[in-house]
Design a protein around this ligand. Structure first.
Ligand code: GLN
Length: 291
């Protein structure tokens, strides 16, 4: 990375953003300006908006040096969220670590469907299976702090990350975390009104053709759904059926091409009223079914 720094003595925030945006664009990053802003704000320890208020502020040599390291990592296509250790989801800052899936904007649809499903209902028992960073949980809690949520994950790293996020946002008391491989450790007497999940659903063979950010840096276990992507969903459907109260709902994020197969799995396992919800790019993204 050759920043033409030697020929220039003063580098303002504006200069650095322009230079970095062009550099990251050449490296194939899809949102180079946003990335440059997020990395610089993180490096300077300020809110992104402040960059615009201090556009003409010069950077010290130390600040430029630190920033250059972050830009170098991004140029190798490490996701911004892993470099800065957080990602915005549902307008909330969610801490992320290398052992969790980075929250995706399309997962906000999952949150919306869960919230709509719970609208006007009180005293619900809700379980999130495979909570990862905890992003959907924190989002649900932020709108419905009255609901007691239960959340499990097979990975202790995920449970640590999710419970740190719950504490950061003040929802530690509303969410009960426990370790479980899908629903294996949920005791038979525990029955829920709603079970929801964003399980790994990408077919194993597709992972290598994904963007380098995902292929080379993201936690594979949170993405890999086996040969056809449905391995975990295939286990999740019948076990959820057994843990849902009569009239209980299962809400799942799925891959855009998986709706027909998932609908069939749901119906053969005693679910009905199967509905699909699209994400903002018009792709099938979330299914809901009733016991
Ligand atoms: N939507 C994610 C992606 O395409 C996959 C998330 C998942 O497997 N649960 O990268």
């Amino acid at each position: 990375m050759t920043e033409p720094s030697d020929s220039k003595t003063v580098w303002t925030i504006r200069d650095v953003l322009t230079w970095t945006t062009n550099y990251l664009k050449r490296k194939g990053c899809e949102t180079p300006r946003l990335d440059a802003e997020l990395l610089l704000a993180h490096n300077l320890g300020i809110e992104r908006i402040r960059l615009y208020l201090d556009f003409d502020r010069p950077l010290s040599d130390g600040e430029r040096l630190g920033f250059r390291d972050l830009v170098r990592r991004r140029a190798l296509r490490e996701p911004v969220a892993l470099i800065i250790g957080k990602k915005e989801f549902w307008s909330l800052d969610i801490v992320v670590t290398p052992g969790v899936l980075i929250p995706r904007p399309e997962t906000e649809i999952l949150v919306q469907v869960v919230l709509e499903d719970c609208q006007g209902l009180l005293n619900l028992a809700i379980l999130e299976v495979g909570c990862g960073s905890g992003a959907p949980l924190i989002a649900v809690s932020s709108v419905r702090p009255d609901i007691q949520l239960f959340a499990c994950d097979i990975s202790i790293n995920s449970l640590n990350c999710a419970s740190a996020n719950a504490s950061n946002h003040g929802f530690a008391a509303q969410i009960f975390f426990f370790a479980s491989d899908l629903l294996e450790s949920v005791r038979a007497e525990h029955m829920f009104d709603v079970i929801y999940s964003n399980p790994p659903y990408i077919p194993s063979n597709n992972i290598d053709s994904l963007a380098p950010e995902i292929r080379d840096f993201e936690f594979r276990k949170a993405l890999d759904g086996g040969l056809d992507g449905l391995d975990l969903i295939r286990r999740l459907i019948p076990t959820s059926r057994d843990r849902l109260k009569p009239g209980g709902r299962l809400i799942l994020e799925i891959g855009e091409e998986q709706f027909d197969s998932v609908k069939k799995l749901l119906e053969t396992n005693g679910f009905s009223m199967v509905r699909v919800f699209k994400d903002l790019s018009g792709k099938n993204r979330v299914v809901k079914a009733v016991t």
